[in-house]
Structures are given as C-alpha cells and as structure tokens.
Design a protein around this ligand. Structure first.
Ligand code: EPU
Length: 426
C-alpha cells in the first residue's frame, strides 16, 4: 500500500504538463464498443480507471492494446465483439462502468453490467440513465448486483433530465446513436467531456448536434466505423495544479490545457488576489500576494466544478477572512473535512454549506484520502503545511492523477511515495 509523504512550505515554480481528461477517457473508451472497426484513442491519462476499463473491454473479447510505453495511446478493435455481459469484479469498482450499459445496449440491444461503484459521497443514483434507456424502448432490471438491459429495438424519443447529469447525458447519447429516428435530450449536461464524447461519436459517423448546450439531438444511424481521436486535457487536473501554485505562493505554468474550461476557477483565483496569465494552451498562476477568502457555489458547467471544491477548501483555509462554500451538485461531499481538520483547517460544515475561517496555520499530520478529489485536497494542504504530511489510501489519488508526485517534485515540492508493507497498513 502506497503513501505520499510531503514536507511542506516549498514554493512551486516551473511548468506542468496536463494529461488527457479522466472523465472523457472513461466515457470514450466504452463508447468505442459502438464502432465496428478500429479506434485509436490518444492523449489518455495513465491512471487506474483507464486500465480497469481496458481490462473490462478485453474481458468481453475486444482487442485493446496500448500502443506506447507510457500507455497514452489505446488501440481498440471491436469488430468481432459478440459478448454483451461484463464480469462483476472488473467493472464494479468504478462509477464509469455505467457507460458500458449504454454502449452495449446500443450495439447489441442487450447488456449485463455490474451496478456502478466509484467515489462515495452520498447516494449516487442512476435513475436518469434508466429513464433515458426506457424512453428509448429498453427494459431494465437489477439481479444480484448486476443491471440487465434489453430491447427488441431502440427508438428515438424526447427525454427531459430532472437534473443536468453528466453521466446520464453521455450514457443516453451513446445508446441513442443506434436508436431509430431522433432522440432529443433536454436539460443535458454541458461539461467539456460531454462535448468530447459527442465529438468522438461523430468522428465514428454518428449524427449528434448540440453537445455543450442544454439540448442535444441525436439522429440514429445503423453502424459506425473506427477513427483516430485525441482526448481533451483534464480540466480538474489543471485546476488542481493551479490551486497548488496559489497555496504555495508559487509561479506555475499549467500547460496543454483549454483555458476556457478553467474560467470559473481563474475568476475565483483572481478574486482571491492571484495573478493569472492566459495563453492559447496555458495558464500561469502566481500566488505571491496576500490571498483573501471568497464564497463559492459548485454548479454544473460552466459553473464552479464540484470536482475542485475540496482542493479549493484547502486553499481557502490559508486565505485571509471567512469563506463560504456551498455544494449544490452532491448531497454529501464534505466527508473529507475530518482529515483536513487534522492538518489544522478551521471549517464548520452544516448540510451542504462549509464555513472556512482562513489564515489557519497548517501543520503536517498523518491523514487518509477518502476519495479522489479529497485526496488531492490533502496533497494541496500538505504542500502548504509546516512539517511532514503522510497521506494513506493513495489508490484513490491514482484513480485520477498521473504521476502526481513526480509532477510536483519537478515543480520543486518535497514529495515522495513510499510503499508500506502489508503488516503495518493503517
Ligand atoms: N443524479 C441523480 N440521478 C442520476 C444521475 C445523477 O440523482 O441518474 C444526481 C447525482 O446523485 C448528483 C448529481 O445528479 O447529485 C450529478 O451527478 P452526475 O450524474 O452529473 O455525476 P456522475 O456522472 O455520477 C460525473 C463525474 C464526477 C463529477 C460529476 C459532476 C465521471 C465518471 N464522473 O459523475 O467526477 O463529480 O460528474 O460533474 O464522469 C471525479 O472526477 O472525481 C468525479 C467524481
């Protein structure tokens, strides 16, 4: 079991290269099931979730090979795919296993996949995905931890989502590619990875219009071919390094990004008194001036992303004054506060609202990542803390960040990874 050890209070400086987007990758890899041909997917992040998905696709007979030593390019051949049933163990631990349902249902009109797992921050229902599949003509049932979807045929339909769910929008879009006629998804999510998945499907020959707005129209087609596709940069990885620069009073250029995707974070960092310089594919964050607290409300895109809320909490703990964070996307995404408090953060949580008293003097401690972004928040707090912070449960961080400790080391952080023998696991 690995741990990340940080000796804090080192200013970060230099350039960090951002990898491909995790949440686009975990949608686009399953979406390749829909292609009757070879897909070469480039700019994949080398993270746990991608390798789990590649294993899941191999288990149903797809040819899935990484083309480079760093596992950033995946060649997927689904030409001879005949199986529509996933094994329980392979896909159950990740949230994105739900995309296998949409992809297999679209291609075979039948799918058997495990109920989704993933980071635990309260109930994460998939009723909107199921409502969408049923509207297309599928019957869905649950048996022994597996979801079974079946349809004689899929027919285009008008689907209004009760909330702008990223997962439901993408999943319905993938399945509807093969539905006869037109499917309209109203109140659809607009996140960059929704658009990226639609662009990928269109490159395969699909006819999807409106991705990135709240109405997506899909004209059904009969078959898709292969393609080469490059995944967009990871908005959340980029944001995590922007916040890391700010908390250390650093001067870091975050490169290979789409600055527009960072607007909500850049605006808040500017409001806090950071200097932000923006180019075509980079943002530089200079945090050497005194920072003030701000109020944040997480929202669907283009609002402030819930996936940067924990990292931002760590930063606000070090800023001057009181800040209020309101979480509107998930009902229970403040579970990590107990760990952050161990480092000295002064936070009070009441339901979906966290009140942060700033200028906390953070001190290193032993802490535990409770989920992916909570783990990233602990890394950020550890970078600012006096003394040594040791983070366990690093497997969560590895689900979403490629080479986090070597990237931070290159920026000047004193960070290392240690492997703890089984008998001293905490
Ligand atoms: N919701 C429902 N019913 C549904 C679907 C969603 O009630 O059928 C609720 C959820 O419980 C939640 C809200 O709607 O309260 C939004 O959920 P959404 O479906 O948008 O989230 P998701 O698809 O489960 C994806 C990302 C998350 C990210 C959210 C919000 C993937 C694999 N996961 O989750 O990413 O937080 O969108 O942007 O794309 C992460 O990367 O750390 C992460 C958790």
């Amino acid at each position: 079991m690995d741990r990340i050890v940080i000796n804090g209070q080192k200013k970060l400086s230099g350039v960090v290269h951002i990898n491909g987007a995790k949440n686009a990758a975990v949608a686009i890899i399953p979406a390749a099931i829909a292609a009757n041909g070879v897909c070469v997917i480039e700019n994949l992040p080398k993270i746990e979730d991608v390798s789990i998905l590649a294993d899941a696709l191999r288990s149903i007979g797809m040819v899935c090979e990484f083309q480079d030593s760093d596992s950033h390019i995946l060649r997927i051949d689904s030409t001879n795919l005949t199986k529509y049933e996933m094994t329980y163990d392979l896909a159950r631990n990740m949230r994105a296993s739900y995309y296998l349902l949409g992809a297999l249902l679209g291609r075979f009109k039948k799918a058997v996949v495990p109920l989704p797992g993933g980071c635990n921050f309260g109930a994460r229902p998939i009723d909107q995905h199921i409502k969408g599949f049923e509207a297309l003509g599928a019957h869905i049932r649950q048996e022994h931890g597996m979801l079974i979807a079946e349809a004689d045929r899929l027919t285009g339909s008008n689907i209004y989502l009760d909330m702008a769910s990223v997962g439901a929008t993408i999943n319905i879009m993938i399945a509807a590619v093969f539905a006869e006629g037109t499917t309209v998804i109203e109140n659809s999510a607009k996140e960059p990875h929704v658009v990226d998945t639609a662009n990928f499907l269109n490159m395969l020959g699909a006819n999807i219009k409106g991705a990135g707005t709240d109405t997506i129209r899909i004209q059904g087609i009969h078959s898709l071919h292969g393609c080469e596709y490059q995944i967009i940069p990871d908005q959340i990885e980029a944001g995590t390094y922007m916040i890391a620069s700010a908390i250390t009073g650093g001067d870091v250029t975050i490169q290979n990004i789409i600055p527009k995707h960072m607007d909500s974070l850049s605006a808040k960092l500017i409001e806090m008194n950071c200097i932000i310089e923006e180019g075509d594919d980079y943002i530089k964050v200079i945090g050497d001036r005194p920072l003030h607290g701000v109020n944040i409300k997480t929202m669907v895109y283009p609002g402030f992303p819930t996936d940067l809320q924990p990292q931002m909490t760590a930063l606000l703990c070090c800023a001057k004054g009181t800040s209020v964070i309101t979480e509107t996307v998930f009902d229970n995404r403040f579970q990590y506060m107990t760990e952050l408090k161990r480092l000295g953060c002064d936070v009070t949580v009441e339901g979906r609202v966290a009140v942060i008293e700033g200028e906390s003097c953070l001190t290193g401690a032993e802490v535990r990542a409770t989920d992916l972004r909570a783990g990233a928040a602990l890394v950020i707090a550890g970078l600012a803390a006096r003394g040594t912070t040791t983070i366990s449960n690093v497997k969560y961080i590895d689900r979403g960040y490629e080479n986090i400790e070597s990237k931070l080391k290159d920026l000047g952080a004193d960070v290392s990874r240690i492997t703890v023998p089984d008998d001293v696991r905490g």
